[in-house]
Design a protein around this ligand. Sequence first.
Ligand code: AMP
Length: 414
Amino acid sequence: MTPPKLQAPRGTYDVLPEQAPARLGLESVARRVLEGAGYERIETPAFEATELFSRGVGASTDIVQKEMYTFTDAGNRSLTLRPEGTAPICRAYVEHGLHTRPQPVKLWYLGSFFRYERAQAGRFRQFWQVGAETIGADDPAVDAESIALLWTVLTELGVGGIELRLGSLGTPATRADYRGRLAAYLRAHSEQLSPEVVARIDSNPLRAFDADDPGTQEVMAGAPLLMDALAAEDAEHFAEVRARLDVAGIAYRLDPTLVRGLDYYARTVFEFTSGELGAQSAVGGGGRYDGLVEQLGGPPTPACGWAAGVERILLSADHRPLPREVCDLYVAGVGVHAFALAAEARRAGLNVQLELAGRSRKGQRKQAERLGAVHVALVEPDGALVLVDSQSGEHVSVAGPTAAVAQILKGRHL
Ligand code: AMP
């Protein structure tokens, strides 16, 4: 009996070589835009103590309740594959005392994240996010600049049909008060709501705005809105954010029902969608999370950030892959002389590819074309060496590796 075929786990995928250039292109645009604005790269571990997410993301969120890959390691610790990047970065900010550096600390990241979700087009169980966090400043310019930078990344990558939705959640105090009023409203209409929404009236009434079922949606159309209940200073902060987006020419739609699935947001929240995507239309989003650093044991620290899905950007963007590396030299020959030439040429900084499949002369010609090699070295078993200039077709006998490398470098600098 043949053993069952091994496949990548459900909700995961392989990046094959032909898909790599588009991802590299994305990384290079994100890096240029973000580092150009003073963001520095940060990397955190792929797994963290489970408590970081239950405390940081929120115990009643979908992520923590249903979607985490949690396991116990051999040392009996509960660990979780990171479902998002903000809580780990705030953990690192506290752990390494980054609050003693000039504020705000501006960080960006690119990495993979894990959520046990129903896999479908644009939704994976291991997915990649590019993100940026600005920690240690509450100026409305931070919110507006964050949004503008994500807008620039998406636009430069050619993501089509972008729409920006914007809202404000106020401070935790306003939100707590509003939650009470919303819960009372939901309880008064509970017979029209879906059982899932009813079950969460006390733990997370805001999620009722996200519900798909028509009965709940009808009730929500008349629900009180948080944006109408903001305290004066939060309303002012939000107006200042909008004023900056207006002068930057970034269009947005105010959406009082924008909730987002994580508990740590306060004040500004935003989400970009793309018309090029189907049901999973969110490409990226984020907001302000002024209480998170303190909740994780740090000093009171305002902060704001976003994350965007790499797969969704690639699905909705026109592809502008980076050009591949030039092959300066293809060494068409086998044996120690061929190897010595490749080694010397690489030491001189040239991009070299060796013949590894024992091709015939005819096969080698084809291979040189496939690689787009600028030069081909024909190496005989006794070490005799002929250098071919692919463009002119000129063949020159050279004395040895050093002379060959010198000749190639001379051509390169012309
Ligand atoms: P979130 O951390 O949920 O705010 O997600 C930010 C962005 O990450 C979303 O707008 C998506 O583009 C992307 N994203 C979130 N979850 C997934 C997933 N399961 N598969 C692919 N992309 C995702």
